[in-house]
Design a protein around this ligand. Structure first.
Ligand SMILES: Nc1ncnc2c1ncn2[C@@H]1O[C@H](COP(=O)(O)OP(=O)(O)OP(=O)(O)O)[C@@H](O)[C@H]1O
Ligand SMILES: [Mg+2]
Length: 374
């Protein structure tokens, strides 16, 4: 990452001779970036543990671990796999090791004596590339956060409508029951309620139950806007939306689907929302990283979509009440993601099931019919 949010990129200068470091520094100073110095391969590796660098300038002939060996170790680290390296060498003729280093990619060579303008322009290119990449990453994260907020807001809006609806419809039967019971209580020695009155009360209680049940089932079906399309695209889009978030958390997210298109007549936006919900749950269940896969396969007359993770698994008390509105194991969760997902899947004529995997983590499986009858 860039340091202290000052927008400057880190550049690592590695040379055992202080005068050389000084020379590099004076050439690169005008770029106005963070210049970090290391006098050995080991020291360079230590810096790379904590910080990301736009480019590394690496003297080939370091004592002890030489530049090539240092580069090999640098490349071996996940964090630095793509960090560009500029080797600084005194020899013009390419050696075997130089060619080997080239073949690993992401490297460049500068032969001493260094021409300041060339060094500066090479480094400037890498700095720009780094800053662009960082900018894209930030934008992706922003986009993701916005989408997450919109989704949560959407859930809360649904919850709000539900609550208002329940409150409104519950009021009438409650008023009837109240009038009858209050009437019976008003006389000194309360006369038992007549059979007729009890029947009314009973009927109203049944109505209340129905109202609550209807709302719990999300009785109002979502309007589906179906169209024929390739489900692989839906999977790709959902995975792409989550990718930055997953990466930030060390979650390795892979999408797996057939080479041929998987055609289905579905509401692509709503199905994508379902997949985003499931992927998001999985990422949130893996705060310390892990593997997350989304697979799409066609089996006989059905399409199977599985989201599998290596996270914490469903907490047992949650698993028992999964797909129930407002059941959440998270401090900030609305507990609506899974029920909304189920509603959308079922409205497509499909099924959704969730369970913990024996080897750890959770799996949510969606089955959709291939032939849609509308
Ligand atoms: N992949 C998973 N691994 C472990 N637990 C999970 C997973 N998916 C869901 N859960 C558990 O199930 C609960 C319900 O999930 P659901 O998506 O319905 O709600 P939520 O994620 O809490 O909130 P939101 O409405 O914002 O999605 C979660 O709070 C979490 O405890
Ligand atoms: Mg959720």
């Amino acid at each position: 990452m860039m340091r202290d949010g000052d927008g400057k990129a880190n550049i690592l200068l590695v040379d055992d001779i202080p005068a050389n470091l000084l020379a590099l520094r004076s050439i690169l100073e005008t770029l106005d970036q963070n210049l970090v110095e290391a006098s050995s391969g080991e020291e360079a590796l230590r810096h790379l543990l904590h910080d990301d660098f736009a480019v590394i300038l690496l003297d080939v002939s370091l004592p002890g671990m030489d530049g090539y060996e240092a580069a090999r170790l640098i490349r071996g680290r996940k964090r630095c796999r793509r960090t560009p390296i500029i080797f600084v060498t005194a020899y013009e003729t390419p050696s075997e090791r130089m060619i080997q280093a080239y073949s690993q990619g992401g490297v460049d060579f500068l032969v001493k004596p260094i021409v300041p303008a060339i060094l500066r322009s090479k480094v400037a290119v890498f700095v720009e590339l780094f800053q662009k990449t960082e900018q894209v990453k930030r934008q992706q994260e922003q986009l993701f956060t916005q989408q997450r907020e919109m989704m949560r807001a959407g859930h809360l809006a649904v919850a709000g409508q539900l609550a208002a609806g329940v409150a409104h419809e519950v009021r009438n039967p409650l008023a009837t029951i109240k009038v009858l019971v209050e009437g019976a209580l008003r006389v000194k020695n309360p006369a038992p309620l007549s059979r007729e009155e009890l029947t009314v009360i009973h009927g109203e209680i049944a109505r209340l139950e129905r109202i609550v049940q209807d709302y719990l089932d999300f009785a109002r079906p979502p309007a589906l806007n179906r169209s024929l399309g390739d489900l692989r695209e839906v999977v790709d889009q959902a995975a792409a939306l989550l990718q930055a978030n997953a990466r930030r958390q060390g979650v390795h997210l892979v999408a797996d689907y057939p080479e041929q298109p998987v055609w289905a007549t579905v509401d692509h936006d709503q199905l994508r929302a379902v997949l985003v919900n499931l992927l998001l749950n999985a990422v949130e269940a893996m705060p310390r990283g892990g593997h997350l896969s989304i697979t799409l396969a066609e089996k006989e007359q059905e399409i199977e979509l599985n989201v599998t993770d290596t996270g914490s698994g469903f907490p047992p008390d949650i698993l028992k009440r999964l797909f129930t509105p407002f059941v959440s194991g998270k401090p900030t969760g609305t507990g609506l993601g899974l029920c909304i997902s189920r509603r959308i899947v079922e409205y497509h004529g499909g099924r959704i099931a969730a369970q913990n995997r024996a080897e750890g983590g959770a799996i949510v499986a969606i089955t959709l019919p291939v032939l849609q009858n509308d």
